[in-house]
Ligand binder design. Structure first.
Ligand code: AN0
Ligand code: CP
Length: 311
């Protein structure tokens, strides 16, 4: 693997899932692979899981780790080509990416969308600029439109817990007080199209994701109908894609309860707002996989870093 910007960078998804499960059973088997190699983890936004699990994954492979919160600790970065830098930004991405590439062997990056400018967000300027000006592989730790490490984690978790060959998986929108990105549902939907599951999406009207991403995936506006006979229920809030970044509904009847999901397993990428997205009764029950899911973040990242180091 040359980079992990999005799910298209995966050569063989089933093999990568199996590799992650293998690494989970023997995390230190490749401790020599990353010897004298470094990863630079650069954050423009908050993180708990991505930061710690990717760090742990790199550590398991014997790598050295450098972490930097670029927004608060670095110089203000300029991304526009040819700009006269007489305002807020102090350093151009051309120098920054080239310099960082001399210190590390892999750059991992988190940069959320503005949610105000759809065109700009979809250009993925930050991660694409790093890809362009860095001379080392770039790993996406959640960009404006994609969270491929999370999606790989989700596929691993479904593989581990499925009880039938082709389980029914439902992605459901759920209410949230703040406008959230589309990265997690985008990547989850794409991943579900790559593995053998019976997949549908449910959300209130007006919450359609990018149709280029949802493709032929069935969209059901009636949540209860969508949830019928589900094996896995994946909850996530996102803001409107059509009316970009807007909150069109906070309808609390979309919150997940045990009564709604019946015997299905519950998944969420975390962090989750309790009794907003999902009731305590689910998160505190054995049906919730969120903790096991978060554990798999380590092995998803480790499988990806291993392939990058081997390449
Ligand atoms: C972020 C999101 O929805 O993209 C990160 C999730 C992994 N969530 C929040 O901002 C709450
Ligand atoms: N799921 C996830 O990416 O969590 P963090 O935002 O805490 O990294």
């Amino acid at each position: 693997m040359k980079q992990y910007i999005d799910l298209e960078d995966i050569n063989n998804v089933d093999q990568l899932i199996q590799q992650a499960i293998q690494l989970k059973s023997d995390p230190f088997a490749h401790k020599q692979l990353g010897k004298n190699k470094s990863i630079g983890m650069l954050f423009f936004n908050s993180s708990l899981r991505t930061r710690l699990s990717t760090q742990k994954a790199a550590q398991n492979l014997g790598m050295n780790i450098m972490v930097m919160n670029l927004n608060s600790e670095g110089w203000g970065l300029e991304f526009e080509d040819g700009s006269v830098m007489n305002a807020g930004t102090a350093e151009h991405i051309k120098e920054a990416a080239a310099v960082i590439s001399q210190y590390v062997d892999v750059i991992a990056l988190r940069a959320f969308p503005s949610l105000t400018d759809k065109v700009k967000d979809e250009e993925e300027q930050i991660i694409r600029s790093f890809q362009k000006y860095a001379s080392v592989p770039v790993v996406n730790m959640e960009s404006a439109t994609a969270h491929p490490l999370q999606a790989l984690t989700d596929a691993i978790t479904i593989q581990e817990f499925k009880q039938k060959e082709r389980p029914k998986v439902v992605l459901t929108w759920a209410p949230h007080p703040r406008a959230l990105p589309h990265a997690v549902p985008n990547s989850f939907a794409k991943m579900m199209q790559m593995i053998d599951v019976d997949f549908c999406i449910t959300h209130p009207e007006g919450y359609e994701l990018n149709p280029k991403i949802t493709g032929n995936t069935p969209i059901v506006y009636n949540q209860n109908e969508a949830l019928k006979d589900a094996d896995f229920v994946y909850a996530k809030n996102w803001s409107s894609y059509q009316d970009y970044g807007q909150i069109k509904s906070t309808d609390e009847s979309w919150m997940l309860t045990l009564d709604k999901i019946k015997a299905a397993k519950f998944m969420h990428c975390l962090p989750v707002r309790r009794n907003m997205i999902v009731a305590d009764e689910i998160l505190d029950s054995d049906q919730s996989l969120v903790i096991q899911q978060a554990n798999n973040r380590t092995y998803a990242a480790q499988a990806v870093l291993k392939e990058i180091l081997e390449d």
